[in-house]
Design a protein around this ligand. Structure first.
Ligand code: RTP
Ligand code: MG
Length: 142
């Protein structure tokens, strides 16, 4: 299986609950390594550009309002099958539908405040990693 990189965000609700470390533990237990990370507050412009594919959706204003409501932790995860593995660890978008034991089932409150983001394809991962990190910021170990 190929070693991949994916972009992960611990969203403002989970940062506010002080569970960054617990979420990182899930990545590490699943064999994913954190190879770049930073905490920041997203501006409306930065959040809007990140979620540009959803700009015309009715939930877009709520999504941007939520993503700018507090600091986020942004990281690049590296490992075998990292993109799909991270999506599996996250669980479904709506925590009500998320499998028990997933990050969203355990830490998320609602479809808006849903704890984490993860790239959904190789193309998204490439775009999203470059959106937040210079190539020289990523300390790959593979
Ligand atoms: P994410 O991009 O944050 O990892 O979430 P996702 O792939 O599971 O879901 P996506 O379809 O990309 O939607 C991005 C975020 O928008 C909010 N959303 N609300 N009310 C709704 O129907 C709705 N649908 C999506 C969620 O907060 C979701 O994480
Ligand atoms: Mg998405």
């Amino acid at each position: 299986m190929a070693v991949e990189r994916t972009l992960s965000i611990v969203k403002p609700d989970a940062v506010g609950k002080n569970v960054i470390g617990e979420i990182y533990s899930r990545f590490e237990s699943a064999g994913l390594q954190v190879v770049a990370a930073k905490m920041l507050r997203l501006s409306e412009e930065l959040a809007g550009g990140f979620y540009a594919e959803h700009r015309e959706r009715p939930f877009f204003p709520a999504l941007i309002g939520f993503m700018t409501s507090g600091p986020v932790m942004v990281q690049v995860l590296e490992g075998e099958n990292a993109i799909a593995k991270n999506r599996e660890l996250m669980g479904a978008t709506n925590p009500k539908d998320a499998e028990p034991g997933t990050i969203r089932a355990d830490f998320a409150e609602s479809i808006d405040a849903n704890a984490v983001h993860g790239s959904d394809s190789a193309a998204s991962a490439e775009r999203e990693i470059a959106y937040f990190f210079a190539a020289s910021d990523v300390c790959g170990r593979s």
